[in-house]
Write a protein that binds this ligand. Sequence first.
Ligand code: GLN
Ligand code: ZN
Length: 756
Amino acid sequence: MIKSYVTGFPRIGEKRELKRSLEGLWGKKEGFSQDSLSQTAKTLRARHWEYQKNANIDVISSNDFSLYDIMLDTIFMLGCVPFRFRGLSGNELYFSMARGNNSAVAMEMTKWFNTNYHYIVPELHKGTEFNLNSQKVISEYNEAKAQGIKTKINLVGPITFLALAKTTDDSCAFCHLDEVVAKYAELLEQISKLDDEIIVQFDEPIFVTDRGDELADKIVPVYEKLTSVANNVKIVFMTYFEHALKAVNEVVKTKIYGIGLDFVYGVKNLDALEILAKSNVVLFAGVVDGRNVWKSDIDKKVEFVKEIEKRLGGKDFYVGSSCSLLHVPFTLKYEEKINPEVKSWLSFAVEKLSEISIITALANNKPLCEVATKIYNDNKASANSRANSTLIHDKAVAERVNALVKFQRDLSFDERIKIQHKTLNYGILPTTTIGSFPQTTELRVLRQNFKKGEIDESTYNDGIKKYIDDCVKFQEECGLDVLVHGEPERNDMVEYFGEQIKGYAFSENGWVQSYGSRCVKPPLLFGDVSRPKPMTVDWISYAQSRTDKIMKGMLTGPVTILNWSFVRDDKPRAEIAKQLALCINDEISDLQDAGIKIVQVDEAAFKEGYPLRAENIPSYEKFAVDCFKLSVSSARPETQIHTHMCYSEFNDIIKTIEAMDADVISIETARSGNELLKIFKSVGYKQEVGPGVYDIHSPRVPSVDELVTQIKALLEVLPKEQLWINPDCGLKTRKWEEVKPSLVNMTQAVKIVRNS
Ligand code: GLN
Ligand code: ZN
């Protein structure tokens, strides 16, 4: 017999109710209070359980809900509160740790594995004390029970918790392992009293990483303790995002009840089936993609599940989502504008619930009810339409990709740069910016009004032109060498291009939690992509017409577009990337034909796509480099290609960055001084580099003196012939009052250094 489960469910609310409630409380808006927040949270939990129950999911979670973040909940639960928050309690403590308060800075936040979800990093030191606070865990369980649902309780596992912690002294987080495990044991003891039998899911995703492999010897001792607390608690060791083969070998040595494996992103997990067939550990098979938005092909999934069943020798097991559904949007219910055919291919969290239960029923050879039958029939129709739709399959695009012969620029960097120095004629320490200038309220209103049809095109164009004019005028006044148009027409660096590329769609309500109350709405790349017409040439040409200085064209790179979109799963990523690269390639061609001499191709999210396991890194790097090179291969030798990356740490990837072969790269070194720049020197990096000289993430205006010192520090590492001077990222989140004096000081500082 096969049963269904869901790893975890999103919590922000299908209309982002939690976001509103949180931000209302934080902003002290009228009508918002701790009580209204608790009420919203309660309503959402009840609704989310109801959805899962209605979809006939057998194993539904509690404690997957969070007011901010599950790691923060765990910090709170274990009582390991950093010293600076002592004296606070309840939600005041909880939100202070997340967001800081008047006297204490917030705790660090970072990305959860290879997702765009951010968690709060536990902050430990040698003397950290732990005190169990089980209130949330227990009360959520009871809440669901009162609703008639016996849930599995989700917890972050102790090994993953400590592996992701940082320490503020030089101690090792794992020196706390025994104590932390003791707290978890205490918790399990309490949990065991809640019901006759309870499943507790310990999320241990660290074991899908290479680091996890090194920690594998901790599994047996830790889980031997936890499994011996109470006989009626069944522990599930949950992993996701990649294979966890090494952990499987350890888990089967323990009394752990079940292990969760991801069969969508960890295909190698198939090798675990043989081991599991011989063991008492029950499989929780993640087969429905929890990280992407397309419908599962139910027939294929059923076949796959039956294959698992066979390989397990007919043992009972569970079928569910590949990871928490937190990483996909809520529901298609409110999507009214999207093309109905594209919509018919999509499946968000709520829709995935039905997929899971239908796959389970069919794999059990059970008949489907009327509603499920309709969903199943629609699913078959959609698989068919996806395979054949002309919206997806564009012959011309496929033919062009197949016929490609030119994959990179004609001349080598050494040859190109000589030509460029002659034609572009810039002196030492050329100054520029990263592209965007402040996004003012007027600008946002202007774009929104145009989108809503409230103003006509010429009014909109006049508004944008006025912004560009002001922007150019200011840059000329402060004496920057290479100008930008300021990106006033862009809401978001990926969305702007997505909207103009054929093969992209946009949801109205496809929000995914990024951190705390913040959500992102990634565009949907559903089909073969191509560029029907130029995307940026008009605005860049206009900007160039307003100045005799060099105007830099501004594009988003193919790797970044890919990494920040929901991407179709019916074609290899490398091929989709080639299609995107060709869109950018065409745009560069048109820009240079229009007289633009420098084009920047931003790869802000280049690192985001790095795989979790080292064994997959070489293929990602090859794919990313090939893709970038293809995108700029249309640039003539005299056209200078810049790229920008929002990172400062290049030690591991410097060879890859070099292989991308951009003429100039600007990076985010401002906060790390010249230390991290040394890698460029030590590998003999030849191309030009613009290490950010000040931090744009803070409103602070850097003084001339400070900037002089910073530039001199850079000159200690790289020769003046190789350096560009610029801020460390785009200026769109800053105010004009901050940007203007900062850039004036920057150009001043450069003058001083040039003359010294
Ligand atoms: N050109 C973009 C900008 O200036 C780059 C953004 C980024 O680095 N994230 O906004
Ligand atoms: Zn940046």
